[in-house]
Design a protein around this ligand. Structure first.
Ligand code: AMP
Length: 591
């Protein structure tokens, strides 16, 4: 029988209690598949993108096993390797979140942070170390990290780590761990390089793979599907605008956890909607009350978890909104199937963070249906839409006639004012009375984020989210070639064909610019050091980095113009291979 709950998966009561506090109602598919084998100590190869719940899929078994073996923290029990500093922080926060009160210590170590602080953390004893490969290796070399007692090694986002040039580091780190360790490898994609690592380092792994070209269970309903790519911090403002633009009769908005449901419902009430929350923490009586109100059209928005919304069937439900990308294509299909009932057109809207794009693409390929990506409406769009609504209402009144009682007011005012002005004033009054004013938070600037499935625009730059990045001139020792203005920026993948033509002379934030770094092969600098430093110190997405050319005494790196100043500033205070470097815009000859 498929295990459906966290308790059935065999997690201990402390962890179950923590998950309940966090409002997790049921395990995601990757958790259902991975937790049992990992708790049994088996190796695992998991194909999972961000947003599937993969962090908990490996973190919960590790915590459970540490608790069970009563491991002491003199040597790390588990090491989780991640590609970036951001992820190191995120993953160690997840461990903290799940292990409150368990007395388990987690230490993140990543480039850019002082060694001393990390050494103190490691000396105090760590059950779990979450590290970027470069820094983990540095600690191994300094003998401040001892992996001789390691029980579990997790390679998280393995494809990203290889893309960043960490392959060699990973091998060296694995050599420093016992052969008997358990290894779990998670990767969004499984190119041959990953398969090769898996083959060499995993023993009879349990495999959790996204099947190729296999449709999802059940048929996908005919629903207009749109996604908006928005950073987390702007999600509520974006949702507000999208709702204002779409003016749903009734929308069902999905969140991942009970806590998120309650929080979002509160925020939306504050924006003047009639909102009800629906989740598994509510009694049946409360849930029935919400459903009754929804059916009776006394609610505009129902904010719900998957579990609570299962089986909801309301004819006038016009919109389904995924506040986050759902953790699996099946869940997406279930959710959007709540709308488009009784032959009516339904609308499904998904708010995705940039890092969840891959998950969205998986859903597209599994459902074989396109999810159009739109830019979040601007406050002006919303204003125009509100005016449209007012205009429609006025038109209805004009068609209905029966204005005699009001004509006299116009006639009196017309002695003093122009009739057009009088009409405009009346429209304004009607508009303000019905549409109200948008919340202040709507006026924030929500950055537009280009995405994989948008048609290529002429100003499209190198930030192809899924484009392969290339490193050129690695350690060649030669003088790097000069900048070729016609070659266009590197890193272009699908659809980048229009590049290489005319490039605007004006500075475009997406243009590639080169920076000079005063260190090269002589200092032992490799592409991974540079990428790691840029990602960690400047917190810049490494996928935007173009060519990296490393000569004997210096390196040249191509970056989008928008990131350059910030990266230079950040790298100036940083060290590469333990040495300070000079960084400035490259003044090399331009042909
Ligand atoms: P991840 O794919 O690990 O980055 O997780 C994505 C998000 O899903 C995180 O915000 C988690 O806190 C959340 N999450 C993970 N597992 C569950 C679950 N079973 N129920 C609800 N939320 C979850």
């Amino acid at each position: 029988m498929m295990k459906e709950t966290f308790a059935e998966l065999g997690l201990g009561k402390e962890l179950l209690a923590e998950l309940a506090v966090l409002g997790y109602e049921e395990p995601t598919p990757i958790q259902k598949a991975a937790i049992v084998p990992l708790m049994e100590g088996r190796d695992l190869l998991g194909q999972a993108a961000t947003g599937t719940g993969k962090t908990a899929a490996f973190a919960l078994p590790i915590l459970q096993r540490i608790g069970r073996t009563k491991a002491v923290a003199n040597k790390p029990f588990a090491l989780v390797l991640v590609p970036t500093r951001e992820l190191a922080v995120q993953v160690s926060e997840a461990f903290h979140k799940y292990s409150k009160g368990l007395g388990i210590s987690v230490v993140p170590i990543y480039g850019g942070q002082e060694f001393r602080r990390q050494i103190i953390g490691l000396d105090r004893g760590a059950h779990i170390v979450v590290a970027t490969p470069g820094r983990a290796l540095d600690h191994l070399r300094r003998e401040t990290l001892d992996l001789s007692g390691l029980q579990t090694l997790v390679l998280d986002e393995a494809d990203e780590m290889l893309d960043m040039g960490f392959a060699e580091d990973l091998e060296l780190i694995m050599e420093a761990t016992p052969k008997t360790r358990q290894t779990a490898l998670f990767s969004a994609t499984l190119p041959p390089r990953i398969a090769s690592i898996a083959e060499r380092h995993l023993r009879n792994p349990s495999r959790i793979l996204i099947p190729r070209d296999k449709g999802t269970k059940g048929s996908v309903p005919k629903v207009r599907q749109t996604a908006y790519i928005v950073p987390r911090s702007h999600k509520i403002a974006a949702l507000g605008r999208v709702l204002d633009l779409e003016s749903p009769k009734l929308a069902l908005i999905f969140c991942r956890t009970r806590i998120e449901v309650d929080e979002l419902a509160d925020r939306l009430v504050g924006r003047g909607y009639r909102v009800e929350a629906l989740h598994g923490g509510m009694s049946q009586v409360e849930r029935d009350r919400v459903m009754k109100k929804a059916r009776g059209a006394m609610v505009d928005l129902v904010v719900a978890t998957d579990v609570a919304a299962r089986g909801i069937d309301i004819d006038h439900l016009t919109h389904v909104v995924n506040f986050d990308v759902p953790s699996s294509p099946d869940s997406y299909v279930h959710r959007i199937g709540r709308t488009g009932r009784a032959g009516r057109e339904g609308v499904a809207i998904t708010l995705a963070e940039p890092r969840e794009l891959r998950l969205l693409r998986n859903i597209e390929s599994m459902t074989k249906q396109k999810i159009g990506v739109s830019t979040v409406p601007t406050p002006l769009d919303v204003k125009a839409r509100r005016l449209d609504i007012t205009k429609g209402a006025i038109r209805e009144i004009l068609l209905a006639g029966e204005l005699d009682g009001f004509r006299v007011v116009v006639e009196t005012l017309a002695a003093e004012f122009d009739p057009m002005e009088i009409a405009a004033a009346a429209v304004r009054m009607a508009h303000e009375a019905t549409a109200g004013e948008s919340a202040n938070e709507d006026d924030v600037h929500i950055p537009a984020i280009e995405s994989f499935s948008r048609p290529q625009s002429s100003q499209r730059g190198p930030r192809q989210d899924f484009a392969p990045r290339k490193f050129e001139g690695k350690g060649s020792g030669k003088k790097p070639r000069s900048w070729d203005t016609n070659s266009g920026p590197p890193g272009g993948g699908a659809g980048g064909g229009e590049r290489g033509g005319e490039r605007s002379r004006e500075s475009n934030p997406r243009d590639m610019v080169r920076i000079y770094i005063s260190g090269g092969t002589r200092m032992g600098i490799r592409p991974a050091d540079i990428v790691g430093a840029i990602a960690n110190e400047a917190q810049v997405n490494p996928r935007g980095i173009g060519d990296i050319e490393i000569a004997e005494a210096f390196s040249i790196v191509e970056l989008p113009e928008a990131d350059v100043d910030h990266v230079i500033e950040a790298l100036r205070g940083a060290t590469l291979r333990g040495r300070k470097v000079k960084v400035h815009r490259d003044k090399g000859i331009r042909s």
